[in-house]
Design a protein around this ligand. Structure first.
Ligand code: NDP
Ligand code: GDR
Length: 373
């Protein structure tokens, strides 16, 4: 009988952790995930995969832990004896990293070292393959377009600097100890379960709420920033492919196309049949409803739906990211299945569905209990 492969995913409760868990379970893996203790539930994205701990032979098992806790990581790696580790855990919000740079260095940077060291200390260098969630944020200030595996790095945030440390630690452990440790340099990837404060999800949620009359308008920062946006489902497949390759290497994963934040806003509203007019520049830019072809939405023409709020500007910004995925395309045969239009359609559908639920509860005058009164 063939033994099942064992994967250990840190950051299992995040967007990528959830999609990757599903993907690996379908491939027949036993999946162990690291989750943080939280005072409220933080497993929404993986609740559909949950298995009662009382049943035998589970293939999806969660463990409490934290990237800042070495002994916890060593114990878990020893207990799990993974064939593959996917290190996805991170404080992943670039803007927030300016507010808590030391914590981000500890979690995103040193946390990666702790995991690599656990594998080395336990003598698992030959057995365990490691995927490190590196990022296009490493490129930061534009040095070259499009960005490939050979483009120099110029990180522009505490998040990117911490991830740069993790990137080089991964390379160093590969070269020093012959470990199968790889970086996936992933450009932005989104989905209906993207965190609500990243710009794409903030836009699709706001568009749905405005269309349904649950919200008047919303605020964004830099509308000119350009990103290479793909779908998380395509990207987690590539994480797995990277660890199945003949030799350990670093890989750029991107679509090769870039789009401005403003255009993402326009496309999201257009998906609902709402055409926007953008007026003004910089901090004075606003968007208004120009037309609405969807009779379901009672939007008045000329209604202001978006303003720029400088509060969302970053102390140092990454203006333009566009990746060159040629190496992944040609050497691993990876091709994304989604384009930006398909991604936006799926995100809009999902957020309209979610917001209709909220609208239903509000309109049905479902009683809201206030425990603070
Ligand atoms: P999310 O922010 O959705 O998920 C991050 C995960 O890390 C969550 O499970 C979170 O737990 C966990 N986490 C945070 N801090 C700690 C800690 N101290 N100890 C243990 N776990 C922790 O990120 P994504 O899924 O979008 O991204 C996955 C990885 O890929 C991240 O490392 C990110 O930096 C990187 N990346 C993401 C890209 C993207 O576009 N999505 C692009 C390139 C790289 P909790 O749920 O409790 O908060
Ligand atoms: P990013 O994603 O910083 O690229 O990091 P985010 O969606 O936060 O920002 C993308 C661009 O949009 C601009 N922007 C805003 N961003 C947010 N969050 N909120 C706003 O209101 C807003 N207005 C404009 C930003 O300035 C930026 O230019 C993501 C994360 O997933 C990282 O973990 C990952 O490494 C990179 O993608 C690749």
């Amino acid at each position: 009988m063939e033994t099942k492969k064992i994967a250990f995913i840190t950051g299992v409760t995040g967007q990528d952790g959830a999609y990757l868990s599903e993907f690996l379970l379908k491939k027949g893996y036993i999946v162990h995930g690291l989750k943080r203790r939280s005072s409220s539930f933080n497993t929404d994205r993986i609740d559909h995969l949950y298995q009662d701990p009382h049943i035998e032979n589970r293939n999806f098992i969660l463990h409490y832990g934290d990237m800042t806790d070495s002994t916890n990581l060593i114990r878990l790696v020893q207990q799990i004896q993974p064939d593959e580790i996917y290190n996805l855990a991170a404080m992943s919000h670039v803007a927030v990293s300016f507010e808590m740079p030391e914590y981000v260095g500890d979690t995103d940077g040193i946390g990666t070292l702790r995991l690599l060291e656990a594998v080395r200390l336990l003598g698992l260098e030959k057995k365990t393959r490691i995927y490190q969630a590196s990022t296009s944020e490493l490129y930061g200030k534009v040095q070259e377009v499009p960005q490939s595996e050979t483009t120099p790095f110029y990180p522009r945030s505490p998040y990117a600097v911490a991830k740069m440390y993790a990137y080089w630690m991964t390379v160093n452990y590969r070269e020093a100890y012959n470990m199968f440790a790889c970086n996936g340099i992933l450009f932005n990837h989104e989905s209906p379960i993207r965190g609500e404060t990243f710009v794409t999800r903030k836009i699709t949620r706001a568009a749905a709420r405005i269309a349904l009359g649950l919200q008047d308008k919303f605020y964004l920062g830099n509308l000119n920033a350009q990103r290479d946006w793909g779908h998380a489902k395509d990207y987690v497949r590539m994480m797995w492919m990277i660890l199945q390759a003949d030799k350990p290497e670093d890989w750029v994963i991107a679509t090769g196309k870039t789009t401005a934040v403003r255009e993402f806003v326009r496309m999201s509203f257009a998906e609902l049949g709402i055409e926007l007019d953008f007026v003004g520049k910089g901090v004075d830019e606003k968007a208004y409803v120009k037309s609405c072809s969807n009779a379901e939405y009672q939007l008045e023409l000329g209604k202001e739906v978006l303003s720029v709020d400088p509060k969302y500007f970053r102390p140092t910004e990454v203006e333009l990211l566009v990746g060159d995925p040629t190496k992944a395309n040609t050497k691993l045969g990876w091709m994304p299945k989604y384009d930006l239009q398909g991604l936006i359609k799926e995100m809009m559908e999902s957020d309209v569905h979610l917001m209709k639920k909220e609208q239903y509860l509000q309109e049905g005058a479902y009683p809201i209990l206030n425990y603070f009164e």
